[in-house]
Design a protein. Structure first.
Length: 388
């Protein structure tokens, strides 16, 4: 069954009125109110227009790369074995600690530009490769700077609970209490934090440890999100749902109880096919159960140097359809309105009166082409805040 226009909320021969970087009116061109007749019209040649895309989960700021580990895994080492051998996240920490804000920005901009070239207007950027106060702060300052150096809205996420640094090896609780939570408070005090995230996994932090970070976040009035059930089921998503988390991400190993918890709390499921593909995971996230339970599903690149060096949200959409059997309409919703919800944003992600005038214009005949092609970018133009 091929969905019609109504499935995407599509309007044929539409007009969109933009005033002060916001959408003032949208509808069939023939219904355009006469009050707008005097505005300068700009034809898009009948092309498809979608909301500007939103990449709601990235680690795009980081030092170094992990091509060497890529080769290790190709010689048989699993992702967890690489992590336990002191590789993985911790090896990127060394490179990031040696970097400064200017260098972090310069290293990230080619990846950011690649993402923007596909119509992204909102980009989430996490910390989490510093794991000490000063480097975590530098990462978040770099993320903020990217939002000033490029026409993109940046949402920052504190991910101090990403891994246990070498100097706290075997002492995760001490790291949470002595570094992670104090750094969160300092970063929040500098206006660097829009949300708080944590990696709940056997190779990272327990639900109890993450719970302490989330308690601190909520005392600061910050929304929380979680990397959960990526490699096993520790109940992280259920714990996060109990905190009213705005998203639970990865969730390959989410069970029925976890699905029900997300549905009850209104938490968005963020599906990350890049990590599933890169670490050659075999357990797919429970898409059918999430769909049946009405849990909103978002998509993101999870751009990071280890488990998902993926810098294409369009390819992410294709992978979500081909690997996880999401529909093209679900994939587009996952990169727009549901991605906005995963960031706790209500002013973007759809083309509607009052929303930001963030739009993507495409040289395609149908919306399904955006998920159908592999490694092809049909973007005609990107409109950010009403300016193309
Ligand atoms: O491998 C890396 O550098 C990041 C891995 C990434 N972080 C996380 O919490 N889960 C992931 O897949
Ligand atoms: Fe991630």
């Amino acid at each position: 069954m091929i969905p019609g226009d109504e499935a995407y909320g599509q309007i044929q021969d539409a007009a969109i009125v933009v005033e002060d970087a916001r959408i003032a009116w949208v509808g069939p061109r023939g219904d355009l109110p006469s009050q707008y007749d005097s505005l300068r019209a700009h034809s898009l040649g009948g092309r498809l227009v979608t909301p500007g895309l939103i990449d709601c989960h990235t680690h795009v700021v980081h030092g170094g790369d992990r091509a060497g580990e890529f080769e290790m895994r190709l010689n048989g080492a699993s992702y967890e074995e690489v992590a336990r051998a002191g590789g993985g996240i911790v090896s990127t920490v060394t490179a990031t600690r040696a970097s400064d804000v200017d260098r972090m920005v310069a290293d990230a901009l080619p990846r950011v530009d690649a993402l923007l070239s596909e119509g992204i207007c909102t980009l989430e950027i996490k910390s989490g490769y510093g794991l000490d106060t000063e480097t975590e702060l530098r990462m978040l300052r770099a993320a903020r700077r990217i939002g000033h150096e490029r026409p993109v809205r940046v949402c920052t996420t504190f991910l101090g609970a990403h891994a246990v640094p070498a100097e706290y090896d075997g002492r995760p609780d001490a790291y949470i209490d002595e570094v992670c939570i104090p750094t969160l408070r300092k970063a929040h005090g500098e206006g660097l934090v829009d949300a708080v995230d944590a990696f709940c996994e056997g190779i990272a932090f327990s639900p109890e440890q993450v719970n302490r970070v989330f308690d601190a976040a909520r005392k600061l009035g910050l929304p929380v999100k979680i990397h959960a059930e990526q490699l096993s089921n520790l109940g992280g998503a259920i714990m996060a749902a109990g905190h009213g988390a705005i998203s639970a991400d990865h969730i390959e190993y989410l069970d029925e109880a976890g699905v029900a918890a997300l549905a009850k709390s209104g938490t968005v499921a963020v599906i990350l096919p890049g990590a599933f593909y890169t670490i050659r995971e075999t357990q797919a996230p429970p898409i059918a159960a999430l769909r049946k339970a009405g849990v909103p599903m978002a998509l993101a690149t999870d751009n990071n140097p280890g488990s998902s060096p993926l810098t294409s949200l369009l390819l992410t959409m294709n992978m979500a359809c081909t690997l996880f059997r999401m529909t093209p309409e679900e994939a587009l919703a996952g990169a727009t309105r549901n991605a906005a919800a995963a960031l706790g944003l209500d002013d973007c992600g759809t083309i509607a009166k009052g929303k930001r005038a963030d739009l993507a214009v495409w040289d395609v005949k149908t919306p399904a082409e955006l998920s159908y092609r592999i490694g092809f970018n049909p973007l005609h133009s990107r409109i950010f805040g009403g300016i193309s």
